[in-house]
Design a protein around this ligand. Structure first.
Ligand SMILES: [Zn+2]
Length: 107
């Protein structure tokens, strides 16, 4: 997806500034000094502070995390199932106990 990054201007030709307040550890915050490129509702934002772009990025990041978790969970389930199978097939009680410990370590 490509986002237009055209600087927005007032009718006078003056560039519109981003309306985001930036905090930098000092007292209070100051207005972002970047030129606005989008209008969201009644507020202007630069490319960095565009709330919609932020939401999309967050959604994408969450999706990637979810995929990673799902993959890892499936991997762990497979690993446990293998260990269970080995316990079932194992006729040495001590080895079975060791395998059981191994299962408990797979979280
Ligand atoms: Zn900004």
């Amino acid at each position: 997806m490509t986002t237009a990054t055209k600087t927005l201007r007032y009718e006078s030709g003056e560039t519109i500034k981003c309306s985001e307040t930036v905090y930098s550890g000092g007292f209070g915050g100051y207005n972002c000094s970047r030129n606005a490129t989008v209008l969201r509702g009644d507020k202007y934002y630069c490319t960095i502070h565009d709330i919609v772009r932020h939401a999309e990025k967050r959604k994408e990041r969450n999706r990637l995390w979810q995929e990673k978790w799902d993959r890892e969970r499936a991997e762990r389930a497979k690993c446990k199932a293998k260990l269970v199978q080995r316990i079932v097939e194992c006729d040495d009680p001590q080895a079975a106990a060791a395998l059981f410990d191994e299962i408990r370590r797979v979280r």
